[in-house]
Design a protein around this ligand. Structure first.
Ligand SMILES: [Zn+2]
Length: 436
């Protein structure tokens, strides 16, 4: 206790003295900060004020904050960004392939440290407005959008094969009119032998100057995967589901095929997009071990993958930890890399002045196991859990109540004032992204 406080006559006066000095709303104290954009992986205190990161330093005095949270032994990272999620089912029953449906983002994201999700093509230009009204404008999670080149988005049926409704100019115009939300174009689930959906998607991306994400759909000899990543995609375009078994990755002796490195050198992005059917250890483990880790780690979350091998962002990140990647590298691929991929460099880092989207993670050590999309198992010794999630400076998830007071010190308390769910109830919305 500082000498000035010892001289206080009552607790009330002491509290006032502290508040008078407090310049920060929240201080995360003693954690190991991983901020790949700023090349920090070290013990750092992080202070928040008014929804933004106000200070980052080896030691910030506790007296300077109204709320001090001891995060010693935990990892403090930028709020995680899930580059491939599904959060719009639509009133007309849009369904992903296999009958799985989208989930409201707050129902899974915040509790896994994710503060931003990128919806990968659930909506198209005919129902984007409905998506915005019913989900994006109501969620506590920040939702950005890859607009499906198909007009109706992921209906799970014949609409997704209807090339007549894949209008590059109209998709680009909608993206340009909604630059704050639409960050790219999605092409998915196509079964035909031609390149039309890919070409329309790339055309829309070029018109709006945004990246295109490809889910290649059915793999067909008429349109080889190698041509997709070596010829059709532009630098900065994204192939999702990169560890899906039909992707030609390994030769007969289990060695990585050299063209993958050529594609990466061209600037094509390889995203995980785990999902319900698109992540197999027999592709992922050799790829990581032979020097071809993913550029971004994402979930492809929907009601199917959520309850199967994928589970959540932290579970997918844990798989890569147990394959031998460092936590720093895993965090990079879940924060700063996805931010750059979607051209949103205001997020994914904790530079002073940045929005205070923050995850506090724990590495648990013990005997764990992980399951892929086929159902194959991989044993592991560590697992990431989400302890605390802060979005736009507000606590939105707190696993062990580390920000709260003990019940038996609160007297005859009543559920009034600032409710526990303050950060997540209706009306609390992500702050707009600052101009970059
Ligand atoms: Zn998907």
């Amino acid at each position: 206790m500082v000498p000035a406080m010892k001289r206080c006559l009552t607790f009330f006066l002491c509290a006032n003295a502290v508040l008078a000095q407090a310049q920060y709303d929240i201080l995360l104290k003693g954690g190991h900060l991983i901020d790949p954009r700023n090349r920090i992986s070290a013990v750092r205190d992080v202070a928040i004020r008014g929804g933004f990161v106000a200070a980052v330093a080896p030691s910030i005095p506790a007296a300077q904050a109204r709320k001090v949270i001891d995060v010693t032994g935990l990892y403090v990272t930028p709020g995680l960004i899930d580059l491939h999620a599904h959060v719009f089912s639509g009133s007309n029953g849009n369904m992903l392939a296999g009958g799985h449906t989208s989930i409201f983002p707050d129902n899974f994201a915040l509790r896994a440290g994710v503060t931003t999700v990128v919806d990968a093509g659930s909506s198209g230009r005919h129902n984007f407005a409905e998506f915005k009204r019913t989900v994006i404008d109501r969620a506590r999670t920040r939702v950005l959008v890859l607009l499906n080149i198909g007009g109706k988005g992921m209906t799970g049926g014949a609409d997704e094969q209807n090339v007549a409704d894949m209008d590059a100019k109209a998709a680009a115009d909608l993206a340009i009119a909604n630059r704050d939300t639409i960050v790219g174009i999605k092409v998915a689930h196509y079964r035909g032998p031609d390149w039309v959906p890919v070409e329309r998607g790339v055309e829309a991306g070029a018109l709006a100057n945004i990246p295109v994400m490809i889910d290649f759909g059915e793999f067909r000899p008429e349109r080889p995967f190698q041509d997709l990543v070596l010829k059709k995609l532009r630098p900065g375009d994204i192939y999702t589901h990169c560890f899906y078994v039909p992707v030609p990755m390994l030769d007969g002796s289990g060695k990585l095929l050299p063209y993958l490195f050529d594609a990466r050198k061209r600037g094509v992005i390889f995203d995980v997009g785990h999902g319900g059917a698109a992540f197999e250890f027999r592709q992922a483990v050799p790829s990581v071990k032979q020097g071809f880790p993913p550029d971004s780690i994402s979930t492809d979350v929907h009601s199917g993958s959520l309850n199967a091998g994928m589970k959540d962002q932290l579970n997918v990140m844990s798989k890569f930890l147990n394959m031998g990647m460092t936590l720093d590298h895993v965090v990079l691929r879940s924060t700063w890399n996805p931010a750059r991929i979607i051209h949103r460099e205001q997020i994914g880092h904790l530079t002073v002045g940045a929005l205070a989207d923050i995850s506090v993670l724990r590495i648990e050590r013990g005997k764990y196991a992980f399951v892929d999309s086929y159902g194959a198992r991989m044993d592991g010794t560590q697992r990431l859990t989400g302890e605390l999630t802060i979005a736009s400076g507000k606590v939105v998830f707190d696993l062990n109540g580390m920000t709260r007071d003990n019940w038996d010190r609160l007297g005859n308390y009543m559920p009034q004032g600032e409710p526990y769910w303050d950060g997540t109830r209706g009306g609390a919305r992500p702050m707009p992204l600052p101009k970059q």
